[in-house]
Design a protein around this ligand. Structure first.
Ligand SMILES: Nc1ncnc2c1ncn2[C@@H]1O[C@H](COP(=O)(O)OP(=O)(O)OP(=O)(O)O)[C@@H](O)[C@H]1O
Length: 606
């Protein structure tokens, strides 16, 4: 359904000075290949100019004589038919060679430049803060980038060269025209280019309406499809009449657009016959009058008409090319907008090994997309290295947000988060390199199991990977696959169960050997065997590490060194299970509701 927003996005790009200035940054990517580009330009200039010799020589061919003319004094003997024909072939040959190299060179520049642009856009995007991904839908971003880059590809390989060629043809063509006859040139320029541009605009309108009609036909087919596939419902509700009228509305709109298109096409045809051909006849008619008056020869008139066609066609073509260039400027601007978004600070060369002490000091936070809502409100707590913290609270209380701040995806608006008593400022990579995350829903990359585990430490040896898999209770099921560690997972490979994926994620975390662990417990129930394997692996992983668990399992909560109870972004209670139950406060009522960790717990607490 086209929303207002989408319609806005699809609006034709407009060329503004700001957009052009931003798009000009693209030339940074052209720089390394400028020499090739300049040579390509020389070839382009050469092929365009030699192309312009064609109408002139054709005129000479018309005026030339078949036999040797005794009065010929010209060095090039342009009045000899054989010489002129040979020269014409020479022109084609030069033009063919120039065009060949022009295309090769321009393609080389474009492909190199676009590869660089793709790479730096990708490099930049994955370094952008999480906030950027909250604001932009990933699928949209992806298709936008690939669409924008293909617009640029088209522009740099063809459109730009065509545009320059047309400009050369127009400028040089007009100069040549005036050599033949100034009077005739003025008449031609007053009519032909104007009509050519109008013809192009006409053509565009017709194309647009045809597309519109096609879309409407598509929409009406959807109605047929829907009705036929749900024919039982249609009949059961006696809605045949309703469906017929729905289809009629759709076919009526197809008809009205098609008729509108017919009117445009009819006008277009009359326009071509009357104006465009009329203007050619007018120029030829005037030309013939001038020839009668001895101002121009037949051959020159012939050349003149050919030049006129060249110039007129270029005028017509340039309107279309201009709109394509505007589109490319728009595409570049959007890419530059992404490239101009500030990325996260660069990773430092050496990264500290943390012990795992964590302090939250008066931390308040709102998401940048919703600055008016305080998601965390003056949160204070301290965790000693190796402690096991369960975070509990109702849905929307701020549990995940707290872990996002721990992971340095966002910085607090107020207060500080200290690791081993230190504020790491923008050295977020040092902090992250000491952390591992086991998310609720584990998504594996589309490679092998080995690659997926090694993601925790890409330099790990096979032995280390196997040890991690064993420790994560994953080795048994991995071994059962015929390809073992080399089994491909994901879309084109084996689909792993939720519990198996979790154990892979645990093995990955073990390999990273972090001092701080963030776990978002799965809420979907695993079968009891899988559950106990995961639990056992997790316990092994958590040993000796500071761990924050968004807890949904009773066992995790009861065994935690400290439970943080969050409500509306505030820590309302903290302590061990026994302490909090004894206190008889918020935790106890959550507990009685069996709603700890925001979802009901299967086994009731006795
Ligand atoms: N990316 C975001 N942008 C804006 N607001 C967000 C974002 N993520 C979460 N919120 C809001 O922040 C508040 C806390 O959300 P959070 O995800 O931390 O809750 P939670 O306790 O983890 O909930 P649940 O148990 O349902 O996962 C909610 O009101 C939520 O709407």
């Amino acid at each position: 359904m086209p929303t207002k927003k989408r319609q806005k996005k699809e609006k034709r790009p407009k060329l503004s000075w700001k957009a052009v200035k931003r798009a000009a940054k693209l030339f940074k990517y052209l720089r390394p290949y400028r020499v090739t580009f300049i040579i390509g330009m020389i070839f382009l200039l050469g092929s365009s100019l030699t192309g312009l010799l064609f109408p002139g020589l054709m005129g000479k061919l018309v005026d030339a004589q078949g036999t040797e003319s005794p009065e010929s004094e010209s060095l090039l003997q342009l009045d000899n038919i054989n010489v002129v024909a040979a020269m014409l072939f020479g022109v084609f040959l030069v033009q063919a060679v120039f065009s060949f190299f022009r295309i090769i060179l321009f393609s080389r520049v474009t492909e190199n430049m676009l590869a660089d642009l793709r790479q730096s856009t990708y490099n930049h995007i994955i370094r952008l803060p999480i906030d950027f991904f909250n604001r932009n839908r990933v699928g949209e971003l992806n298709s936008r980038i690939s669409a924008d880059i293909s617009v640029l590809q088209e522009t740099f390989t063809t459109t730009l060269a065509e545009f320059i060629r047309q400009i050369i043809v127009i400028v040089a063509g007009i100069v040549f025209l005036t050599f033949y006859s100034v009077k005739l040139s003025l008449l031609m320029l007053a009519t032909l280019p104007v009509f050519m541009v109008i013809a192009v605009l006409f053509g565009k309108k017709v194309r647009k309406l045809s597309k519109e009609a096609q879309d409407l036909v598509g929409k009406s087919n959807v109605i047929v499809e829907e009705t036929l596939s749900a024919i039982q419902s249609v009949k059961a509700y006696v809605n045949e009449w309703f469906e017929s009228s729905r289809y009629k509305t759709a076919t009526d709109s197809v008809k009205s657009v098609a008729l509108k298109n017919a009117t445009w096409r009819a006008s277009f045809a009359s326009f071509i016959i009357l104006c465009l051909f009329g203007s050619i006849v007018l120029v030829v008619w005037y030309g013939v009058l001038l020839r009668e008056a001895g101002e121009i020869t037949t051959g020159d008139l012939f050349s003149f008409i050919l030049y006129s066609v060249f110039v007129g066609a270029s005028f017509g073509g340039i309107a279309d090319l201009f709109s394509q260039i505007a589109k490319a400027v728009g595409a570049t601007e959007r890419l530059m907008e992404i490239l101009d978004t500030e990325s996260e600070a660069e990773a430092k060369e050496t990264q500290v090994k943390l012990k795992g002490k964590v302090n939250f000091k008066d931390v308040s936070f709102s998401y940048p997309t919703r600055p008016d809502i305080k998601v965390l409100n003056e949160v204070n707590f301290q965790v000693e290295p190796g402690e096991n913290i369960a975070i509990v609270g109702a849905s929307g209380a701020g549990k995940s947000t707290l872990t996002q701040l721990l992971l340095q995806f966002f910085q607090p608006d107020q207060g500080k988060i200290l690791f081993d008593g230190e504020n790491f400022g923008d050295d977020i990579h040092s902090v992250r390199s000491n952390m591992a995350l086991v998310p609720q829903e584990v998504l594996l990359f589309g490679g092998t199991i080995k690659e997926n585990i090694a993601y925790g430490n890409i330099h790990a040896t096979e032995e280390e990977i196997i040890a991690a898999a064993k420790s994560a209770n994953a080795w048994d099921f991995i071994q059962k696959f015929s390809d073992g560690l080399d089994t491909v997972v994901g879309e084109r490979g084996i689909q792993l169960s939720g519990g198996q994926r979790q154990r892979i994620a645990i093995a990955r975390a073990i390999l990273k050997d972090p001092s701080i662990l963030i776990l978002d417990e799965a809420t979907s129930a695993l079968d009891s065997e899988s559950e106990s394997l995961v639990q056992d692996a997790l316990e092994r992983l958590m040993k000796g590490r500071t761990s924050f668990v968004i807890a949904h399992r009773l066992a995790t909560i009861v065994n935690a060194d400290k439970i943080l109870v969050i409500e509306d972004g505030k820590i309302v209670e903290s302590g061990t299970h026994q302490e909090l139950i004894a206190k008889g406060g918020r935790y106890q009522s959550l507990h009685n509701l069996q709603d700890i960790g925001s979802r009901s717990i299967a086994d009731p607490i006795s």
